[in-house]
Ligand binder design. Structure first.
Ligand code: UDP
Length: 323
């Protein structure tokens, strides 16, 4: 079995590549290194059955060749991270719409199953907790940049499902909820790598808003296991699945926990959303996946809980920072 992973030098893509290689599959990675890095796939470069191409998914000749050569396609290449989305909205929208379109077109020509990674952002401001795959979605207005990410990913979902319905291309759509673990970069705003780095360097831990907003963090190792099982199962074709963890923590408590676990002297500071992102920024208070569907389909069970996840991230960041 050979898998093509677009965005395979990103945080989740590289973990997925490792897991596939570990079970004996072959892996080809296509990544333009816009947010991914060679560092993420360094250990894989020497492995048998692993290859990579540094290029854009929009380079259709390269993409077509790589799709030809693979049995299945994990499409992870996308603009990610709320900060990046707010700062580079044109790139986000173009990348997410065009990238998915060309991948689906190429895969449809050769009938290669595509797993599309979407996002829990698509649930928007919905207050019906937990979020189920068939629930209505509540997206904010188009003058608030954040929502362009949700809408671009939602169009990707529609397009993938349309390819399944109209052209019988096997696809599965996965909505990822706050996936975290070692090697996630804090550069695009993600909270855990940022808090851990701030704590380890005794710098202020920056809590955005009042810190009462809650998140449920899924461990990347558990998530990539789910992606592989969803790809392997034929009962997932044309379906949408939530993947993540159901256990919530407030961002304020997360900051306290990181401080305690690192033995840090950092103070906790509160940064208004306007300063952290942009004027009028809207955050969601809670975001919890309903995992009933994926549990039933592939027996998914999130195994790694927050304390263990943080321990692994702390160890990784300590080594990176040499502290
Ligand atoms: N956040 C924070 N401080 C930071 C980075 C993020 O308080 O340095 C908050 C952010 O506003 C959000 C939560 O932490 O409420 C999770 O942010 P992240 O960007 O990791 O994921 P999101 O849930 O926004 O997609």
């Amino acid at each position: 079995m050979k898998a093509l992973i677009t965005g395979g030098a990103g945080f989740i893509g590289a973990h997925l590549a490792e897991a596939l290689i570990a079970r004996g599959d072959k892996v080809a990675v296509l990544d333009n290194l816009s947010t991914g890095s060679m560092q993420n796939i360094r250990s894989l470069k020497k492995q048998r059955g692993f290859e990579y191409v540094i290029d854009d998914v929009l380079n259709q000749r390269v993409l077509a060749e790589m799709v030809d050569d693979a049995d299945v396609v994990y499409h992870l290449a996308a603009a990610v991270g709320v900060k990046l989305v707010v700062e580079s909205p044109v790139r986000t929208i173009e990348m997410n719409l065009e990238g998915t379109q060309v991948v689906l077109e190429a895969a449809a020509k050769k009938r290669k199953k595509v797993l599309l990674t979407s996002t829990s952002e698509v649930y928007g401001k919905s207050a019906k907790i937990p979020f189920g795959e068939d629930d209505d979605l509540l997206i904010g207005p188009s003058n608030k940049g954040r929502w362009s990410y949700a809408c671009s990913k939602l169009m990707d979902e529609f397009l993938a499902i349309a390819f399944w319905k109209e052209r019988k291309l096997p696809v599965v759509v996965v909505r990822l909820f706050n996936t975290v673990g070692p090697r996630q970069t804090g550069r695009y705003g993600m909270v855990i790598p940022n808090f851990v780095r701030q704590a380890l360097t005794n710098k202020p831990i920056t809590i955005y808003g009042n810190g009462k907003q809650q998140r449920a963090f899924g461990y990347v190792g558990d998530v990539v296991g789910a992606l592989m099982a969803l790809m392997d199962s034929e009962s997932t074709h044309g379906e949408v699945f939530n993947v993540g963890n159901e256990i919530e923590i407030s961002i304020k408590d997360l900051a306290r926990l990181v401080k305690k676990m690192t033995g840090s002297r950092s103070e906790l500071v509160y940064v208004p959303y306007d300063q952290a992102y942009e004027a009028g920024f809207e955050d969601m208070q809670r975001r919890v996946p309903d995992l009933t569907k994926i549990k039933k389909c592939i027996g998914y069970q999130p195994r790694t809980q927050l304390a263990e996840i943080l321990q692994r991230v702390i160890e990784y960041e300590r080594a990176q920072l040499n502290v």
